[in-house]
Design a binder for this molecule. Sequence first.
Ligand code: NAD
Ligand code: UFG
Length: 340
Amino acid sequence: MQVLVTGGAGYIGSHTLVCLLDQGYEVVVYDNLINASAEALSRVEKLTGKTIDFVQGDVRDTDSLDDLFATRSIDMVIHFAALKAVGESAQCPLEYYQNNVHGSLCLLEAMAKAGVNNFVYSSSATVYGEANPSPYVETMNLGSPSSPYGAGKVMVERILLDKARANPNFRAVSLRYFNPIGAHPSGDIGEDPTGIPNNLLPFITQVAVGKRDKLSVFGGEYSTSDGTCVRDYLHVMDLAEGHVAAIDWLATQPSFRGVEAFNLGTGNGISVLEIIASFEAATTLKIAYQIVEPRAGDLPAFWANAEKASNVMNWRAKRSLDEMMEDAWRWQSKNPNGYS
Ligand code: NAD
Ligand code: UFG
């Protein structure tokens, strides 16, 4: 079975490629490398001993997509390609809607032309918005996320529902990720943010490796156990396996039609201070930090109810917080400058 992976050179995409290739799937990667390096793909090839069919292109380039589908026998699509900085999306909303929503439309149109009906979408916990209490369950109404990034994820989920209503052959899975961290246990692939990291773990590992002086903890007076924000962190390899579970589920449910959403998280809420303590315990390094003002747009606490993914797709996050920290550190210490 041939799987098209858009955004496959990125953080979650590259880890998912390892799992897909290990399971015997053939992959075609389509990525414009706006936030990734082709080196990630070379490393996946070395890790798996398999070759990757890579096409550099943009999901908004409809001619290039038509050519891609015409020259291959693609059965399923996993759509990672997107811009992903929540804060940045408020500064340049049009760029985010253009890339993430218009890009998804172009891809869905190209799939329709080529008669490809199986779609796995990278959605996010941000779709639940602030009105829903945790743990988030898939049956909840989607909220109105404060950022254009989150709003774009809600829009694409809605587009998938409408598309499925109009096309009785269409089959989609929306995977709502919580907070992926960590890296492949080899330390050869991992998260390689450009510039100053927005996300917590890459910032911590860059402090640990000496690239940043100290971590700013955004907010210390939230109504959580220690005053800092709580999230549901999961190992990126567990998340990667969630995509294989989704592909396998679609492949083994030939009569399924429509859209099914799944939370991919652990079900555990962890605070920022607990993450720092856990990183220090796993690596015996000290992380300098100071508590500063809250970051605009952050919700105090959210975590997943991940029962549906377990009951329906037989997927469960298995790796411990210690493994997340050890693997994140192995990647950062082996590759202080990422892929460059
Ligand atoms: P990433 O930036 O590492 O990967 C995204 C990839 O898409 C990159 O390789 C980039 O070059 C590519 N890309 C971007 N725009 C493109 C375009 N127009 N055409 C072709 N390629 C394009 O990000 P990631 O963390 O791996 O995230 C993957 C997906 O998961 C995204 O859709 C993101 O919104 C979603 N997601 C991520 C998180 C997270 O915490 N990392 C959480 C929830 C959802
Ligand atoms: N944080 C800090 N200091 C930092 C960075 C983050 O204290 O330098 C805190 C944040 O305030 C938050 C927590 O660490 O409380 C996690 O922040 P991240 O930026 O790592 O992650 P977010 O929860 O803001 O968002 C991430 C992804 C989104 C995705 C969401 C889903 O960036 O794309 O998880 O849960 F949608």
